[in-house]
Design a protein around this ligand. Structure first.
Ligand SMILES: *[C@@H]1O[C@H](CO)[C@@H](O)[C@H](O)[C@H]1NC(C)=O
Ligand SMILES: *[C@@H]1O[C@H](CO)[C@@H](O)[C@H](O)[C@H]1NC(C)=O
Length: 167
């Protein structure tokens, strides 16, 4: 009896060790994967650019996103959360980050993106800083693994500028 218990215990310990090792290998394989994602975004149109009654600038725009995040997927990837943010500096905040669009990529097959869209979330500046302001469009992604730590990365696309005048 005693030895059966011992053996069962040893078996459990062994399985737990194997499981831990497999988890470690799974997350290690994520570290070893060096993905080479690509992204391009064009602003097709700024169709609304106004100062709201409270003085804050509000923008509506359409843009064209094409991205390929297939290489960030490994067999340990559960899903990838992706979002496009407008980023710019103002006297008040060194970095303003406004999310314009987001999506969840459940599989590698969904990780080739081509979409023309308007901003999904309202773009309001805290102030009237946007006329003639340079900004970046940054594609961020958060990889949610089946096991191990979540990790994130981004591609910044530079050289965008808001119009000089409200429209
Ligand atoms: C949108 O992006 C795709 C892929 O980069 C490109 O082929 C297409 O011409 C773009 N559309 C516009 C209207 O710029
Ligand atoms: C845009 O990104 C570049 C490179 O990451 C950075 O040097 C620059 O300060 C950014 N510009 C703005 C307006 O945030």
């Amino acid at each position: 009896m005693h030895s059966v218990m011992l053996r069962a215990n040893a078996l459990v310990t062994f399985s737990v060790a194997i499981l831990a090792l497999m988890c470690a290998m799974a997350s290690l394989s994520d570290y070893l994967n060096s993905p080479s994602p690509t992204a391009q975004v064009q602003v097709l149109n700024v169709y609304r650019f106004q100062k709201k009654r409270n003085g804050d600038d509000e923008v509506s725009l359409t843009f064209n996103i094409s991205a390929n995040l297939q290489s960030v997927f490994t067999w340990n990837t559960k899903q990838v959360f992706v979002f496009l943010a407008a980023e710019y500096g103002t006297p008040k905040n060194a970095l303003n980050q406004i999310s314009l669009w987001d999506s969840i990529l459940p599989s590698k097959e969904d990780a080739k993106i081509w979409i023309q869209t308007t901003n999904k979330y309202t773009f309001v500046d805290q102030g009237s800083n946007l006329r003639n302001k340079d900004f970046n469009l940054t594609l961020h992604w958060h990889v949610m693994p089946k096991t191990g730590k979540m990790f994130a990365d981004k591609i910044a696309m530079t050289g965008f500028r808001f119009p000089e005048t409200y429209r």
